[in-house]
Design a protein around this ligand. Structure first.
Ligand SMILES: NC(=O)c1ncn([C@@H]2O[C@H](COP(=O)(O)O)[C@@H](O)[C@H]2O)c1NC=O
Length: 204
């Protein structure tokens, strides 16, 4: 099944909350997830000329601000992070409403998640719907939200989670075979010492 870019929010089996973001792509597979600093992961084409071919393929996908993780499939990551003073729900609702779905041939939805050690919200804006929802995370489970054929916040969109640190979870989700065309994955895990991030990109 192809669900395009997707987010997974959940808890490890030992109960650590995490957010993961995977780029799956048919059209622009030649990209990587690159850690820019301790708080930021960017999705970047390996050939920088590709940046100018499409406005939606280069962006920060994870940003950590004051122990809060923001993850998304586009440039809205930064704007949600800037608006966290509104609260998680309203930062998501406001930015998704203002930025709207992507004006490409697929009307690709914008998807996003915001979490800290206590609570998690997911949201999306599609051409025909906008939704933000608080999600209760469970140990060893991950709820996914994808841009195509899986753009729902639904407890049936759940996968088992393997791994306790961001490297292990990134490896696991990058190689999650049910979802086709893997390119790169970025993960932020919240543990007692703070938030740790890691990336994994497919070698081609
Ligand atoms: N965020 C991304 O990494 C991203 N990659 C591709 N897109 C958009 O989705 C369209 C379809 O891409 P694909 O065939 O790779 O699924 C692209 O033309 C582009 O407009 C993206 N936009 C949103 O997901």
């Amino acid at each position: 099944m192809y669900i395009g870019r997707f987010l997974v929010v959940g808890k490890t089996k030992e109960g650590k909350p995490f957010a993961a973001y995977r780029v799956s792509s048919r059209s622009f597979p030649n990209r990587e997830a690159r850690k820019i600093d301790e708080n930021t992961v960017a999705i970047i084409p390996k050939d920088l000329n590709e940046i100018f071919k499409n406005p939606y393929i280069t962006y920060n996908c994870i940003k950590v601000v004051d122990n809060v993780v923001v993850a998304s499939n586009g440039s809205h990551t930064d704007f949600i992070a800037e608006k966290l003073n509104f609260g998680k729900r309203d930062a998501l609702a406001y930015v998704l409403a203002v930025m709207d779905y992507e004006k490409d041939n697929y009307k690709t939805p914008r998807i996003a998640a915001v979490l800290d050690k206590n609570e998690c919200y997911m949201g999306y804006v599609a051409y025909d719907e906008i939704r933000v929802k608080k999600v209760e995370l469970k140990d060893g489970k991950g709820y996914y939200l994808g841009v195509y054929n899986a753009c729902k916040i639904d407890e049936n969109q759940v996968i088992e989670i393997e791994g306790e640190n961001p490297e292990e979870i990134a490896e696991y989700i990058l190689n999650y075979e049910e979802f086709e065309h893997p390119v790169a994955c970025a993960v932020a895990v919240i543990d007692k010492d703070g938030i740790k991030i890691a990336t994994k990109s497919r070698i081609i």
